[in-house]
Design a protein around this ligand. Sequence first.
Ligand SMILES: Nc1ncnc2c1ncn2[C@@H]1O[C@H](COP(=O)(O)OP(=O)(O)O)[C@@H](O)[C@H]1O
Ligand SMILES: [Mg+2]
Length: 618
Amino acid sequence: MKDNPRMLLAKNGVLPSHLFRPEIRTSWQCCFNLGLDPYDKPRLDTVSQSALAQLREQNELVRHLALIEMRNLQQQIAGSNFIIIFANRDGIILDEISEDIATPDTTASRTAPGNIWSEDIKGTNALGLVSSSCEPRIVHGSEHYFEKYSDLTCAAAPIFDPCGEMTGIIDATSDCRSRQRHTLALVKMSCLTIENSLFRNCYMEKLIIEFHNRHEFLGTLHSGMLAFEQDGSLVRPNRQANFLLQGIPLHPKAHFNEIFSTPFDEFLNSLHKSLLVHLTDTKGSSFAVKAFNFYPDRFYNISVNPSKKTIKRLGMVYDDPEVESTVKMVERAVQVNAPILIRGETGTGKELLARYAHMASDRKGDFVAVNCSALTETLIESELFGYTDGAFTGAVRGGSVGLVQQADKGTLFLDEIGVMPVQFQVKLLRFLDRWQIRPVGATVDIQLNIQLVSASNSDLTEAIQSGKFRGDLLYRINAVEVDLPPLRERTDFNLIVKTILETLDKPPQLEMEALELLESYHWPGNIRELRNFLTRLSIFTGVEKEIICAKDVQSLLRNLPSKISEKDKRGNLAEQERDIVLYVYARHKGNISAVARELGISRNKVYKKLKEARPQRS
Ligand SMILES: Nc1ncnc2c1ncn2[C@@H]1O[C@H](COP(=O)(O)OP(=O)(O)O)[C@@H](O)[C@H]1O
Ligand SMILES: [Mg+2]
């Protein structure tokens, strides 16, 4: 009884200093001085529905980013019966999510959107402590001032906006038996993730550089970010940047040249070659650096004139917004000689686009295509980099010029780069560092000037995770990354059919229904498969008739891999829409306007879809 802190406080008016951590003790004292009775039922203060709606609107961006992150957090601590809360800086709960199994008698029934959890109302609690101290806090069991809350455990941390102001709080609360040691660390990580998304969102129009001493840490919470104006003056560092660049003045308007020892314009130039570069700060620490929002035309005023003629010459046609923006990106990239990575399923036209890139670049040299999956491991080096006379037994007399060198002043197309042997990736990386090669047996390097285009039909980030592809190589080859959509997602199916038919010897004519039937097939082999199919179709029917009807198509389609059924095609339309919105939303890092723009729908509709996607409380 004599150690019961509530009784001691009531009796003496102060807590002995051996009880609790200092921040808890101070808070208890505060609550006591405010006249709160620890044995009372805590007050339930709630803002009105309309005030809640208003608060949510005021916190629109951070709230939406928080909701995404709360779901991630929920997965990380799943099974421990947590409620995850997003509150504004004053400790007013704006949202909460919980697992379905929330027990009605403990946590769930105590918190709800609109509730105010400030210290002066709810006594010592994590949310309230963060609100008053702007520091991460954990309050466990009987550390809660009110006895009624001594079965709870809460961990909460602040979210800061890019200007360093606290803009919200994330809290994870559960009954204290499920206390997890790492909860606070996970909550803090969630807050950092939200902060970084806020940062990217705020400075979408600025050049952002992400940096870390070790390139493996780029893209993680450990890397720092700096936003710069076009003239190289600093707009803002993020929290981690302050940490990584300790001792270097990062005040607003500090110039890039005061932070790093490489001049700003030289840095921009190096971004043309690769968006991953290395910089040394003015105190001598070196960093791997990746740039975002680097639009060369904005920095250099480059005009781009799409050359429809070359497109025609190549037989490449399109009338699809995604393909169009892909082609535009490629045109810009070749103007500044930036390495391009084309992603797309097999047969979507990656090689054709690479050839187009070469033509659009007006480079005088050759287009050299290398299929990385066909290179044998033993010969790969000599095939690519060449060799000198007598470099090894069996070598051709007089030596041989490698494929890479053949592309000098032209374009090197590395197809299926994802399957390149890992040992060779290191050598390629070295080449891309300085664009110099040394043929097998040679003693000096040869400087080359190459437009690099790579293609992959697999997800390279997955290959990186499984150790089959080097992350640092990806940064070198994907200064500009573009996607070619699969045929079934393109809006210009008819145009493509028409174009292919025109190239055939005896082009047959297609009835409308035949065309519709073709369009309903899912074409796993994309345009290549379609071309083969139409060729077969013309041979098959050409002898007897010139007009092809649905039945002709049907009988040939039967030989193809299983057709997508009508039901699958329709699927659950609402669900598909929701997934698309979520996907684009994540890609735009929570920027609602950008999502609405990209999808051509209203901001309201975006909100509606996001709301549908949120897990519902039971
Ligand atoms: N936009 C297009 N218009 C017309 N034909 C195309 C288009 N894109 C691709 N093709 C044709 O489709 C086939 C496969 O193209 P390719 O570039 O080899 O695809 P990938 O390299 O992605 O497998 C080729 O016959 C190509 O000419
Ligand atoms: Mg190909």
